[in-house]
Design a protein around this ligand. Structure first.
Ligand code: 0X9
Ligand code: ZN
Length: 440
């Protein structure tokens, strides 16, 4: 989506298209992006200036690695942003002249290419789609299907979002008997537990898509001798996700009504862990932290359930899945002071990286969030590390590195999921033999 080589061709097409196409031809969920542009500045000198523009809600930074920063500017903010950059002596280049046209002409068809082979009908969905992004309804059909048909699955709603959608939790219980009939008594073994969260950022569609395929993998292909209870929330921000289908493809936050001004809270800035650091107090910012820690029903129910389960099971691993950048991040995001068990997290992180690469050669890198990515607190990962004391905590930024960004083509879903489960299987294998103190 944001690749330089790619945009040269596309800018030409878009310039022509700008004259020819009428906004009426633009799908509804791209219409808010009419007149939005993607600009680029050098990151080294630009970081602080861009950060102010982000917190004030004037730009949306789209990627965080490499030597430049690409960001989205709405038409109404273009003069203000250009002026600020000029004052700071920063030159910018325009990569995309009109995001709505760009996404319609170039990325929309790619993202939707595989629609015809959806595995879901209008009322049932027995397996998650491997080559098409699922609507929230389809996701619910799938979750209810496994909840009703698989004895190892317990499906529960943790509560409702602002707009009344369920926040679903899938509990995958460990296998307790072998196919040959001999019973394996896990009761004498220490219980182990993993928590995986997907879809907290609405536009990152590959996150729930991969998380759903992880459920399928853990149910059908995961080595059966591992005594792990696996808890998965495939869609932490259902309102935002639905909104990306109906209104705005690049929506990131939830859909809180901020009383008249811009809607939404960045749910990954709303957790009660150094709330406020690297976040904005302005409702129009993409990183608006919300009025108070856990002000949002989505983060509140997630954190309450995580706390309850952790008291019983003491999570071995907490993983929050996002895109994009192909980076495995380990905490903290609020400080560069090392978090407890940093060396352990790095070691097991390397196991993930190596196994993930083996599938399709995809290179994931690993960095400390505050040190190598950017300062940002109030996220799932820092909260799990600090408040739950989980040893292995990561945020995983999935594919790609910027070619398509948030509109990763649907034909990459399976391959992305495969590299993730291969990485996770090996990581879990490496964690499994460890003995850690836990409550009874
Ligand atoms: O900024 C985020 O919330 C995550 N990146 S994304 O581009 N998907 O929005 C990274 C979160 C990393 N963790 C912390 N900052 N604590
Ligand atoms: Zn994200």
């Amino acid at each position: 989506m944001w690749c330089v080589g790619h945009w040269l061709v596309v800018v030409a097409a878009v310039v022509v298209a700008t004259v020819a196409a009428l906004p009426a031809n633009i799908p509804e969920n791209l219409q808010p992006l009419i007149g939005h542009q993607v600009w680029e500045v050098s990151s080294e000198r630009g970081e602080a200036v861009l950060w102010n523009l982000v917190t004030e809600g004037h730009i949306d930074v789209l990627d965080h690695s490499g030597t430049t920063r690409k960001f989205r500017v709405a038409g109404k903010d273009a003069d203000k942003v250009a002026g600020t950059l000029r004052t700071a002596n920063l030159t910018h280049s325009v990569l995309i002249r009109d995001l709505a046209l760009f996404l319609k002409e170039e990325e929309g068809p790619v993202e939707r290419r595989a629609d015809i082979s959806r595995s879901c009908t209008t009322t049932s969905c027995p397996v998650p789609s491997k080559d098409a992004y699922m609507t929230f309804k389809e996701i619910e059909y799938y979750l209810k299907h496994i909840g009703n048909n698989n004895p190892r699955v317990e499906l529960r709603s943790l509560g409702k979002s602002h707009e009344g959608r369920d926040i679903w939790l899938v509990h995958i219980k460990p296998v307790t008997s072998k196919r040959v009939g001999a019973r394996i008594a896990f009761s004498h073994m220490r219980k182990r537990a993993i928590w995986i969260e997907g879809g907290i950022h609405a536009r990152e569609r590959i996150s729930p898509a991969v998380t759903l395929l992880l459920i399928d993998h853990f149910l059908n292909d995961f080595p059966q001798d591992k005594p792990f209870d696996i808890y998965i929330v495939p869609m932490a921000n259902p309102d935002g996700y639905v909104y990306t289908w109906t209104n705005d493809r690049l929506w990131r936050k939830n859909r809180r009504n901020n009383a008249g001004s811009c809607e939404g809270v960045d749910l990954n800035r709303n957790w009660d862990a150094h709330w406020g650091v690297g976040a904005s107090t302005q409702t129009c910012s993409e990183v608006y932290r919300g009025p108070s820690p856990f002000s949002e029903p989505e983060t509140k129910v997630l954190s309450e359930e995580m706390t309850r389960l952790n008291n019983q099971l003491n999570f071995d691993l907490v993983l929050s899945i996002h895109n994009y950048g192909q980076v495995l991040l380990y905490p903290y995001g609020w400080t560069t002071n090392p978090a407890p068990h940093t060396e352990d997290m790095k070691k097991k992180g390397n196991v993930f990286l190596k196994a993930a690469k083996a599938h399709a050669g995809t290179v994931y890198t690993m960095v400390n969030t505050a040190g190598g990515f950017y300062y940002a607190a109030g996220a799932t990962d820092d909260w799990a590390k600090e408040k739950l004391g989980t040893r292995y905590v990561y945020t995983l930024e999935l594919r790609d590195k910027g070619r398509y960004g948030f509109t990763l083509p649907a034909n990459q879903i399976l391959s992305t999921a495969t590299e993730v489960w291969q990485g996770l299987d090996m990581m879990i294998n490496a964690i499994a033999p460890e003995k850690t103190a836990r409550p009874n």
